[in-house]
Design a protein. Structure first.
Length: 313
C-alpha cells in the first residue's frame, strides 16, 4: 500500500485546512474524525516516589506505530497539546489520527502534579534538583510506560521523538543524551543482535529553546547529538526577543556552518509568542512539526523487536 502524502495527511487532520483558511469539515465529517480519537488517563510512577499524571493516545498501527512524547513549557500542563482551535483537533489528536502513539505528561511541579491542581503559568518554583529529576526520574517513568506498551506490541519505542517547549527543551536534550548512553545488554556475540536498553530517541522538536536551565547542561547534549547526526527542529518566534538568540545558538551548535545537515532546521515564525503559546496561531508551527516528525520518525527505519533480554529471565 502506498503511503499518503504529507499534504494529504495534514489536510485530513485539519491542520493545513486551518492554515490556508479553507472551509472546515462538515459536522458529520467532524464527528467521524473525533470518533477516531481516543485517549486514556495514565499515571507514571517515578523511582523517587512521585506520581505523574499523563494522557495516552494509543495508535491504530500496533507494533509499527511511531511514538511522540509532548512536553509542556514552564508553568504549563499537558492539556495544551489537546487544545485545538475551533473545529480543529489539538496536535496530540492530529498525530494520533495519523498512526502516531502520543503521550503527554505533567512533569513534577506542573499541572495536576503541582499541589494537586493545575498550576497557573509562571507560578511554578523549581530548584536545580527538580530539573535534574525531570530527566532522571520523570522521563524514565514515561519510558517505562512506553516499554510496557512496546512489549504488548501496541507501539514501536524504537521510533521515538520528543517535543519540548522553553524549559523542557533542556529536559528533552538531556534525556536524549541519557537515553543514548545506555549500552545494549551483553546478551549476544554479535553487537547488532544485542537487546537494546535505550538509544530509542530518533528526533527532537525544540520550541523556543532555553539553553541555560539550572541543574541541566545543554552544551554537552547538543555536541553529542551533532556527532550522532540527530534530526532536530528548532522553532522560535521572529519577534521573540527572549529566545531568538538562544535558538540560533543552539542551531549552530547542532549544525556547524561548514557542514551540510538538512535534518537540523531552524524555523522562525511571525509571532512574539514563545513555546506552546505559538500553537493555534496559524503561523505554521503545527504543520512544520508534523512534516518533520513524519519525515524523521514515522518514515525512518526501525522495526519492532523484543526488548526483554534473556539476561533478565
Amino acid at each position: 500500500m502506498s503511503r499518503p502524502s504529507v499534504l494529504r495527511i495534514l489536510l485530513s487532520s485539519g491542520l493545513v485546512v486551518a492554515a490556508l483558511g479553507l472551509q472546515p469539515q462538515s459536522a458529520d465529517a467532524q464527528a467521524k474524525a473525533a470518533g477516531k480519537s481516543n485517549s486514556e488517563s495514565v499515571t507514571f510512577s517515578t523511582k523517587d516516589g512521585g506520581q505523574l499524571k499523563g494522557t495516552y493516545f494509543p495508535s491504530s498501527a500496533g507494533p509499527a506505530a511511531p511514538v511522540v512524547v509532548l512536553l509542556h513549557g514552564k508553568g504549563g500542563n499537558r492539556l495544551v497539546w489537546q487544545a485545538g482551535k475551533g473545529q480543529y483537533p489539538g496536535f496530540a489528536q492530529a498525530l494520533q489520527q495519523n498512526e502516531f502513539a502520543v503521550v503527554t505528561v505533567d512533569l513534577r511541579g506542573h499541572g495536576e502534579n503541582a499541589g494537586g491542581g493545575n498550576a497557573k503559568k509562571n507560578e511554578v518554583k523549581l530548584r536545580p534538583v527538580d530539573h535534574t529529576a525531570m530527566v532522571t526520574f520523570d522521563m524514565e517513568a514515561v519510558k517505562k510506560f512506553l516499554y510496557d506498551e512496546h512489549q504488548a506490541k501496541k507501539l514501536n519505542m524504537n521510533k521515538l521523538a520528543i517535543v519540548g517547549a522553553d524549559l523542557t527543551t533542556a529536559v528533552a536534550l538531556n534525556y536524549t543524551e541519557l537515553d543514548w548512553s545506555k549500552e545494549p545488554y551483553d546478551d549476544a556475540a554479535v553487537p547488532s543482535q544485542r537487546t537494546p536498553r535505550g538509544q530509542d530517541v530518533k528526533a527532537l522538536v525544540l520550541l523556543s529553546p532555553e539553553i541555560t536551565v539550572p541543574g541541566l547542561v545543554t552544551n554537552q547534549a547538543a555536541q553529542r547529538l551533532r556527532g550522532m547526526k540527530m534530526p532536530v527542529m528548532v522553532g522560535v518566534g521572529k519577534k521573540d526577543k527572549t529566545d531568538k538568540g538562544a535558538a540560533k545558538k543552539l542551531a549552530e551548535q547542532l549544525m556547524p556552518k561548514e557542514e551540510a545537515m538538512p535534518y537540523v532546521v531552524l524555523q522562525e515564525y511571525d509571532t512574539t509568542a514563545r513555546g506552546t503559546d505559538m500553537l493555534n496561531l496559524g503561523v505554521g508551527v503545527e504543520q512544520q512539526m508534523y512534516k518533520f516528525l513524519d519525515d524523521y520518525v514515522k518514515k525512518a527505519p526501525g522495526e519492532w523487536r523484543d526488548r526483554k533480554s534473556p539476561l533478565l529471565d
